[in-house]
Design a protein around this ligand. Sequence first.
Ligand SMILES: Nc1nc2c(ncn2[C@@H]2O[C@H](COP(=O)(O)OP(=O)(O)OP(=O)(O)O)[C@@H](O)[C@H]2O)c(=O)[nH]1
Ligand SMILES: [Mg+2]
Length: 259
Amino acid sequence: MSLLAPVRRDRVIAELPPCFTKEAALHSRTSFHPKVVGMCQAQRTGTVGFKISKIIVVGDLSVGKTCLINRFCKDTFDKNYKATIGVDFEMERFEVLGVPFSLQLWDTAGQERFKCIASTYYRGAQAIILVFDVNDVTSLDHTRQWLADALKENDPAGVILFLVGTKKDLSSPAQYNLIEKDALKVAKEMQAEYWAVSSLTGENVREFFFRVAAQTFEGSVMAELEKSSARRIGDIVRIASDERDLYLTEKRRRAKCCQ
Ligand SMILES: Nc1nc2c(ncn2[C@@H]2O[C@H](COP(=O)(O)OP(=O)(O)OP(=O)(O)O)[C@@H](O)[C@H]2O)c(=O)[nH]1
Ligand SMILES: [Mg+2]
């Protein structure tokens, strides 16, 4: 029996949410990986339904990390800037392809003086969200350094990356198009999926976090699949080595009786 409240109906993901732009997406599939669907249908997702996936949100001060999380988790927006001191986190529960799935969203401080506290929480992330302000090209340049710092604490091959431009409401279409070109370059270079959002209007916020949840879920199920195939290969090796031992024992036995 689960003591947890049921997942909110608006946190149920039954289809793979679409990417923001095909130019910088993690992959070109329009639906969940068939292996992932198969594992979910067969209820073979192992520990995925019990685990909490850690997502870290990093980027320069005042780019809008806290507002982005608050818009999604609490549907609120605060126009006054209150710097995050160290870190903060929010939990979000989803149901993906019928499997419960939880995200822990770690909101870190962008201010230099709090950076060393925040960086102690980077370890063990399944996804890294790199945030910049679409009206501030320097904050986009700085995402490279934020990524380098976050990867010092994580296995680069094991994390999913998202590059997110915020405050889209403050830029004109012409200004936005200019920075988008640069952002797409950075996203491709990092192998990150690119998104542009506004926490003030809510534009693309829900779509973005649904994509984060879905991609992280896929990653977790695929990792579970790899683990179970590794176990099967391990069993074959163990059986083979047991057989070899048996053979050796038999040979030794025969050698003994012929002495
Ligand atoms: N117009 C507009 N303003 C935004 C948006 N997102 C954030 N802001 C404003 O930008 C300021 C900084 O937002 P925060 O979310 O606190 O920034 P942060 O990245 O968490 O900053 P640190 O905690 O210091 O790292 C606040 O005044 C917000 O109201 C947005 O999408 N549109
Ligand atoms: Mg903050």
